[in-house]
Design a protein around this ligand. Structure first.
Ligand code: BDP
Length: 331
């Protein structure tokens, strides 16, 4: 009996060691703090993958930019196979897959509903798939998340395009966004990770930046630049990316589980986003941020100033961009 028990226990031990070693642990890099809508969605993605693969795959989420503070670095790590997943903005993805600029042109969408109709429809899914098929991208686009609309925030009041002249504005690492700021007569500054923007403004390296309400609030940028100019120039979705190399190491069935799990977190993120967008706006307004609601003529001026970007960066996708605009007629 004793012998049998020993045999039984050692078999159990061997089995559990075997199961433990069969678990694949993969990392996900995120620049936002825990609790931010995308961080919550990353966690939900990790939870679904672990559950649906019955523990074969565990995803560790690293928030706050602790793994990679600069999104282009995280993307490159995916290409090299050094990192399995990252949640980034679509903006830096365009450096690797230029087609992604087409879904973030200035003043492209009438509203969030318009953007989601496009992203969840044929056009949006075509661009998402393009991430995987673009030559040598090494990336797989898993799903989009919401990031609202972006506006400028500055240390001084701006009411017209002319007021932007000479200001130094931090933008994401994307040629089109640099050019967008140049077209306004201001100077774009790149190479500053989102977690370092507040300090760059506070120390005068830049006069401001541009982002949505949640990042403006969550990163504390509103404490350094109190004028939020509601020009809402772009809607730049977030993208959850995987490394093609990392996925190639997995059982194809698990890759399918991962792809489906990512898609299943989208609605969750959108709901979290809506809550956070409203609470962030309230927090910054209550804290004394000055929100400049541009006059319609001034907003039209911003739009006109940025219009050349369609020719300069969107010419290869004119038909699709026009289709996106047509979809907007419904809204
Ligand atoms: C935020 C995005 C984040 C970007 C950041 C930025 O959520 O992924 O890195 O903007 O401007 O809205 O760098």
């Amino acid at each position: 009996m004793k012998k049998f028990l020993v045999l039984f226990l050692s078999t159990l031990l061997i089995l559990s060691v075997a199961t433990a070693s069969a678990q694949t642990v993969l990392k996900l890099s995120e620049v936002h703090a825990p609790g931010y809508p995308t961080s919550l969605a990353d966690e939900e993605f990790a939870r679904l993958v672990e559950e649906r693969t019955e523990g074969r795959i565990k995803i560790e989420v690293y928030t706050g930019g602790t793994l990679y503070g600069a999104e282009p670095d995280a993307i490159q790590a995916l290409q090299l196979g050094d990192l399995a997943f990252t949640r980034v903005s679509a903006s830096p993805v365009s450096n690797f897959v230029p087609a992604i600029n087409a879904i973030q042109m200035p003043y492209l969408y009438k509203s969030g509903e318009h953007m989601w109709e496009v992203l969840n429809g044929e056009i949006g899914q075509k661009f998402l798939a393009e991430i995987e098929t673009a030559p040598n991208s090494g990336l797989v686009g898993l799903c989009y998340y919401d990031a609202g609309s972006r506006s400028f925030y500055l240390t001084r009041e701006v009411n017209t395009v002319a007021d932007m002249k000479g200001l130094k504005v931090r933008v994401q690492d994307n040629q089109m966004m640099k050019r967008m700021v140049e077209l306004l007569g201001a100077t774009p500054v790149t190479g500053i990770g989102p977690n370092d923007v507040q300090q760059a403004i506070a120390t005068g390296v830049v006069d401001g930046a541009e982002n949505n309400w949640p990042t403006y609030q969550n990163m504390g940028d509103y404490e350094a630049a109190k004028y939020y100019i509601l020009d809402q120039h772009t809607r730049v979705p977030e993208i959850l990316l995987a490394s093609a190399e990392a996925l190639a190491q997995l059982d194809p069935k698990d890759v399918e589980i991962i792809k489906a799990a990512a898609k299943d977190t989208q609605e969750f993120e959108i709901a979290e986003w809506a809550k956070k967008e409203a609470s962030s706006e309230k927090i910054v307004r209550d804290a004394g941020a000055i929100v400049v609601e541009l006059a319609p003529e001034a907003r039209a001026e911003f739009e006109a100033a940025m219009a050349p970007l369609y020719e300069e960066f969107g010419a290869d996708w004119t038909d699709l961009i026009n289709q996106i605009k047509e979809i907007g007629n419904k809204f």
